[in-house]
Design a protein around this ligand. Structure first.
Ligand code: HEC
Length: 192
């Protein structure tokens, strides 16, 4: 076998094998599993508010000056990505909480900033949506609780059943390196 052919095989075979492998990773890990924000609603007084208007209200009242969503925003106050889960999906509780605030701990009463009940439910719809985001397991061990300790949720462990992905990746990589080295050595021998 000549060297060029060896190199081509060494590079092409793993590359071709990588195609279905890459497609597979899209299906298992990266497929967009996020819900449609227009479909995520909460109701208040027989009206329903969706997550899109919720995001507008969330921006209008500048929650992100202090809070973060999926790690983006302020770090003065707890990350709100999963706050909807932490308050057990209790819409009224969450709406009231932001209207009244906790002055002593630095959470301003949003009603003092012009927020009405409708807006508070809009924001709840957004927080409900944020909680449904496919964040690929983030935050692994829950976000920080108000007292500074971690949520009770235990961190996600590396699943040994997924190890084949790492193993095949390493094998393909080695195969390519070996092919190039062998080709190089043969080239040298041929010259001698
Ligand atoms: C000036 C900074 C600031 C702004 C602006 C602010 N918050 Fe807060 N918020 C805080 C602080 C500080 C806490 C933590 C209070 C505590 O320790 O009890 C908090 C707590 C919360 C909590 C409870 C979090 C938890 O994990 O228990 C929610 C929900 C919340 N805020 C929602 C909002 C929303 C929604 C907005 C915008 C409408 C907003 N906050 C705007 C400072 C802020």
């Amino acid at each position: 076998m000549n060297n060029l052919r060896l190199i081509i095989i060494g590079l092409l075979v793993p590359s071709i094998l990588m195609i279905p492998y890459s497609i597979l990773t899209f299906y298992t890990d990266f497929a967009n599993k996020n819900p449609d924000p227009f479909q995520i609603t909460v109701s208040f007084k027989n009206k329903s508010y969706d997550a899109v208007e919720g995001k507008k209200a969330f921006e209008q009242y500048q929650c992100m000056d202090c809070h973060a969503i999926v790690g983006n925003g302020g770090y003065f106050a707890p990350d709100l990505t999963n706050v909807y889960k932490r308050t057990a999906g209790n819409d009224a509780l969450l709406a009231n909480f932001m209207l009244l605030g906790v002055v002593s701990k630095g959470m301003p009463p949003m009603k003092d900033r012009g927020m009405n009940e409708e807006d508070s439910y809009r924001v709840v719809a957004f927080l409900k949506y944020a909680n449904m985001l496919d964040t690929n397991g983030w935050p692994n061990s829950g976000s920080w609780d108000r007292d500074g300790s971690l949520d009770a949720a235990s961190p996600e462990k590396l699943n040994p059943r997924n190890m084949w992905q790492a193993v095949t990746g390493i094998l393909f990589f080695n195969l390519m390196i070996f092919a190039v080295i062998i080709a190089y050595e043969r080239e040298k021998e041929a010259k001698v």
